[in-house]
Design a protein around this ligand. Structure first.
Ligand code: FMN
Length: 322
């Protein structure tokens, strides 16, 4: 079924910076490939946006297998940023995605500030009309270089965001890791350096062991946990970021339904991304969009803006500093 965007009683449109998304449901990097993989199973034009798999300057083969393990309520992955490299990305993937009526956000991963800048500039010079902006992955737990070494250092996040900001007028979104004591200083650093938004969370470091062989189930020993198991962590991190900064938030982590998405809006997110659920059902995005519209109707809410940042905390708890 086609979701009816922006019509009738409920208007799903959301503005972020100078970009209008037709609805707040995006798909998360690394869980939807470059769109073509899912296009056989769903109408990807229904989505508010597609965040593409992290792209680096050169192609990367990723980590040795085994790279995926199922866990209760989620999965552990250690893909290691396998990707086609920025040249194939701009020559083949972006033009393919330009055919669809949805916004594209190019996710970038790199092992140095220079590489982040080069990749962004290369994409910028080959931009297609529906390229809305960039999501900067400083939060991948599964690579030895780059990734978390940036994302767990506030000064590096500030410096990188400041270096990237002048290179584009499109959306600049920094994707944060939950693998820090508090996301608050990172949200503040992104805001101060001129990012348009932050997205959170990336996966949570986790590990699983085969008790018969005593070997770790992932070749890289540890990996990134995703799926419903991490949703409460993600909601808490988005809440923390909202409480401590004004920068718009894109909520990610274990979202499988409209109800789940609504939790993120209530704690302060303007948009959300669906990740692991895409492996279970590539059509999940369309279903969530339709259900969100129904849910909003039932609640008598006319726009996503009316939901964002509407958490109610009892006065006596506020008085105690909660
Ligand atoms: C198999 C897999 C690959 C991923 N690859 C990337 C990636 O390349 N870049 C990135 O920023 N996040 C990547 N992620 C993280 C997701 O975009 C998302 O932040 C995370 O999975 C939490 O959302 P979820 O619980 O809905 O899956 C990947 C996640 C999975 C499960």
């Amino acid at each position: 079924m086609q979701p009816s965007n922006g019509t009738g009683e409920v208007n799903l449109k959301v503005n972020l910076g100078n970009v209008e998304f037709k609805n707040p449901i995006l798909v998360a990097s690394g869980t939807f490939g470059y769109g073509s993989e899912a296009a056989k199973f769903t109408d990807i034009s229904n989505l508010g946006g597609i965040v593409t798999k992290s792209v680096s300057w050169k192609p990367r083969p990723g980590n040795y297998p085994r790279r995926i393990v199922e866990t209760p309520s989620g999965m552990l992955n250690s893909i290691g940023l396998a990707n086609v490299g920025v040249h194939v990305f701009v020559d083949e993937k972006l033009p393919y995605l330009a055919e669809f009526d949805t916004k594209i956000i190019a996710n970038i991963a790199a092992s140095s500030q220079e590489e982040y800048c080069n990749v962004l500039e290369h994409i910028e010079s080959h931009a297609t009309p529906n390229l809305a902006g960039y999501e900067i992955n400083v939060s991948c737990p599964n690579v030895k270089d780059g990734g978390l070494s940036f994302g767990t250092n506030v000064d590096m996040v500030h410096e990188l965001t400041s270096a990237l900001r002048p290179l584009t007028k499109r959306l600049l979104i920094v994707k944060l890791t939950p693998n820090v004591t508090s996301v608050a200083p990172f949200a503040q650093a992104c805001e101060a350096a001129g990012a348009d938004a932050i997205s959170l969370i990336n996966t949570v470091v986790g590990m699983s062991v085969d008790v018969f062989t005593h070997k770790p189930r992932l070749a890289t020993v540890t990996g990134g946990l995703s799926g419903p198991a991490i949703r409460p962590i993600a909601v808490a991190q988005c809440y923390n970021a909202r409480k401590n900064s004004k920068i718009p938030i894109i909520g990610i982590g274990g979202i499988t339904s409209a109800m789940d998405a609504m939790e993120f809006f209530i704690v302060g997110a303007s948009l959300v991304q669906l990740g692991t659920i895409n492996f279970v059902d590539p059509d999940a995005g369309t279903k969530v969009i339709n259900d969100l519209q129904e849910l909003m109707k039932q609640k008598g809410v006319h726009s996503v803006d009316q939901l964002t940042n509407t958490l109610v905390i009892e006065e006596r708890m506020k008085a105690l500093g909660w």
